[in-house]
Write a protein that binds this ligand. Structure first.
Ligand SMILES: Nc1ncnc2c1ncn2[C@@H]1O[C@H](COP(=O)(O)OP(=O)(O)OP(=O)(O)O)[C@@H](O)[C@H]1O
Ligand SMILES: O=P(O)(O)O[C@@H]1[C@H](O)[C@H](O)[C@@H](OP(=O)(O)O)[C@H](OP(=O)(O)O)[C@H]1O
Length: 385
């Protein structure tokens, strides 16, 4: 059975039409589409997934600061709704599900636009909301990005996208990183993620933690700590398997930087003239995302590779010593240099999102845990390099 939407979404069409009017009309059209959407706007800081104006559906931002994720066609949307309802239900007493809550965006029920009452949305906490210059990364986790009911063609499609998924257990879907010295965001899309192989994963992911001049080591440490907490939850449960689900990583790129402007990150508290450049073009790994020459100058040599040469980050042959992150799976390194104060915990968010392919089970989710352990190895490698 095909899971593809059969009809174009009307809100998406509205925005597509708006975009087609051209930039000189954009303000008036913005006003029109915003009132049509009851003040909701397409999520400005989305780094992956279905997007309004591009796909048939996408994610919106409500004026109250929550995000609205349109229910996908059955059975995906219903699965996701059921999952959130189960975990955040008032009557939920399952200790494992209660323990899962802090790792998810808070769920505020469903939302329906008065203009399109047939379209149902999940109303969710915006994980990026409290950050001034949110650096965001989406990583799909698990050895399989298709579920047990997927058709042969869906399986094939997913495997073809990233054949290394089975071995590596995760895939970078997109990121944007704030560079204070240039007051701009560097963005990488899913094609960058797909270009990464075992030997280049650490280098590729390190970009998320680099401020253009140095590695944000403390942020890497926090990230490791939070991913470990999620792994602990998975080690404690056998009732659910997660396919094609993601981890969303967010920290503040402005942290420790004097910002002359009011803190804001989204369309709703908009001070256009004060916003940094959001260079959110989709880029192949052959190009840097900042379009001006020499943007990578501040990066250490290990991070510049693959950017300056114009070649993808496929450096599999470059490491002749045979050491790969995969060999280190399972070992928990001593991160004594990785000191994280209790008070620093809030400086970063790592949350699980995208639950369209959740399945009941009676065994541990080995595929997801394999991905988390490898991800931890890569993060630890970033710290040590
Ligand atoms: N709760 C949230 N807070 C902030 N941003 C979010 C949230 N949920 C989703 N996003 C943004 O939207 C993107 C896509 O989210 P999600 O994976 O749920 O959508 P999707 O359309 O189901 O994706 P896919 O096409 O991969 O199935 C994320 O990468 C993130 O940038
Ligand atoms: O990354 P891309 O190239 O945009 O590809 C999409 C991605 O793999 C999504 O995870 C998938 O949704 P599911 O995980 O829910 O299957 C979607 O399937 P779809 O096209 O059937 O929506 C793909 O198109």
């Amino acid at each position: 059975m095909s899971e593809k939407p059969k009809e174009k979404n009307s809100l998406a069409l509205e925005i597509q039409k708006t975009a087609a009017q051209g930039s000189c009309q954009s303000q008036a059209q913005d006003g029109k589409s915003q009132s049509r959407l009851n003040g909701c706007v397409p999520l400005s800081h989305q780094v992956a997934g279905h997007k309004y104006g591009i796909d048939k559906m996408g994610i919106l931002q409500h004026p109250d600061g929550t995000v609205l994720k349109q229910l996908q066609p059955p059975p995906r949307g219903l699965r996701e709704l059921q999952f959130y309802t189960q975990v955040f239900g008032e009557d939920c007493s399952d200790p494992q599900l209660l323990a899962l809550r802090p790792h998810l965006p808070r769920f505020y029920g469903t939302w329906v636009s008065p203009d399109t009452p047939n379209d149902l949305y999940l109303k969710l906490e915006d994980i990026t909301r409290r950050f001034s210059r949110p650096c965001i990364m989406d990583i799909k986790v698990g050895r399989r990005s298709y579920d047990p009911l997927a058709s042969p063609s869906k399986r094939e499609q997913q495997i073809r996208k990233y054949p290394l998924m089975e071995e590596i257990g995760f895939l970078l879907l997109g990121m944007r990183v704030y560079h204070p010295s240039r007051d701009c965001y560097i963005c990488h899309d899913q094609f960058f993620g797909r270009s990464l192989v075992k030997d280049t994963l650490a280098r590729g992911l390190a970009r998320f933690f680099h401020d253009g001049e140095k590695l944000r080591k403390q942020t890497v440490c926090l990230c490791i700590r939070k991913v470990r907490n999620i792994l602990q939850w998975f080690e404690s449960q056998k009732q659910l398997h997660f396919y094609a689900s993601s981890l969303l990583f967010v920290y503040d790129g402005a942290s420790g930087v004097h910002m002359a402007t009011e803190h804001n990150n989204n369309n709703n508290k908009h001070h256009q003239h004060q916003q940094p450049q959001d260079l959110s073009r989709t880029d192949s790994p052959a190009k840097s995302s900042c379009d001006e020459e020499g943007w990578a100058e501040g990066l250490p040599e290990s991070l510049q590779n693959g950017v300056q040469t114009g070649s993808p980050l496929n450096l599999e042959q470059s490491n002749g010593n045979g050491e790969t992150v995969m060999e280190e799976e399972g070992k928990e390194r001593d991160l004594s240099e990785c000191f994280v104060d209790e008070g620093d915990e809030g400086d970063m968010e790592v949350r699980m999102i995208d639950f369209a392919h959740i399945f009941p089970s009676q065994t541990p989710d080995e595929g997801y845990m394999h991905g988390l352990r490898n991800l931890l190895s890569v993060l630890e490698k970033i710290l040590q390099d």
